[in-house]
Design a protein around this ligand. Sequence first.
Ligand code: ATP
Length: 440
Amino acid sequence: MFIGMDDTDSNERMCTTYLAALIARDLEAAGFGSVSGDLHLIRLNPSIPYKTRGNAALGFEFLPAEDTAEFRNRLISFVSEKIAESAETGCEKTNPGAVFIFEDAGSELKERLDSFFKKAVTDVIEITEAEQIVSAYSIPHLSLKNGRGLIGALAVCGAMMNPGWDCTYEYLAYRDPVRWGDQSVSPRVVDTDSLIAADQATSPGTWDTIDYSEKKYPFPVCVPSSGDPVLFGIRGESPEIVRTAAEMVVSEPVYFSQIFKTNQGTDAHLLPIQSAAEMIPLHSYILEGTVVREVQTNEGGHDILVLADDYENLPECAAFEPTGNFRKIIRKLIPGDKVAVYGSFKNNTLNLEKIEILFLAPDISFENPICPVCQKRMKSAGKGQGFRCRTCKTKSENKAETAAVRKINIGFYEVPPSARRHLSKPLIRMNNHDKSENEE
Ligand code: ATP
């Protein structure tokens, strides 16, 4: 059977990854059967306003020890009670949901949940759509408060029932519950040097452990700062490599750890489109355009890039202040450059996650000409009268055209790890011929 769950945490407490891992362990310990394969941590549409943090849904396949209706019901009650007990239902945004889908559910439901999963990652789904599926296929479920969690719960089951999507892994180490909560009372103890050593030993197979970008060096981006149960998380290409890295980390006692299969770092949320006319709020896109004006930095330190496709100007593309050095790259773009932008469209702005520079326009400027005799710059000879050398009086009609060297290259540039969205594919995962290192 497939068990999917979502929406159990608040901004400050709990974490559905922790709860799912705990429930999987408790089910086994209580003799209900055994987990089959990987626990799944599926990230859904990153622009959804209902999310508390990273819009994650959790699930696992479970092999029940007995195949009777009575046993199934006991198992479902066991899981439902655990979720109801632990979920932060006092939080306005927390609307837990869980679904239980048995192997005999049929191929029609499998296909329906495949498209539901893809829609949940890229699009916006109404609760009624999830409720219709649950009701049409008589899926046993838990739905607390407005039941929005059913959306994520069904989506993660769709992912598990239809494997084959690009995946990565994350090793999550959890804190002892007595240490959860206010970071000023019990700050996380994780040795940064050991994280650097783990990163250097396992990169490029792992990523986003340390952010080496300006100012924050060496910022341990894999250690959260909220009051939730996670101590640190190591992201990487395989279960083996994330485990190898995690075993090098020196920290406070780890309560328990869990490796998840995930769609993090895959760009699954991005829809390639041809024209700005296709853009809908709360969706994420890849789109090509030509820079139409100088990049402008606004009061908040956000850099605004304006592009046009073949038909019209795109909505503004923003490199927000937390994207740090990425903004320096954006500022080097000039009118005529061609780029592909990657990001989410919200509040009439495309929030840049990365760009690919496809073409660099020549950076032409016009200056007074140099005197061919004296090698000195000429002065204006008066309005409409060209230029004249002050020393030898040599004349010239026109300004001289100069092309400045562009201090940027064709290729991909991305935001630093601390500003990266869970679903964004880091350049380290892209083919070497596709990527260029970020400059500065
Ligand atoms: P948690 O750790 O509790 O899962 P989170 O940051 O992942 O925290 P949630 O608390 O799960 O966010 O809130 C996201 C809510 O939005 C969930 O109820 C989920 O079912 C719902 N949701 C996810 N994707 C979509 C979507 N594409 N359309 C509509 N609702 C969605």
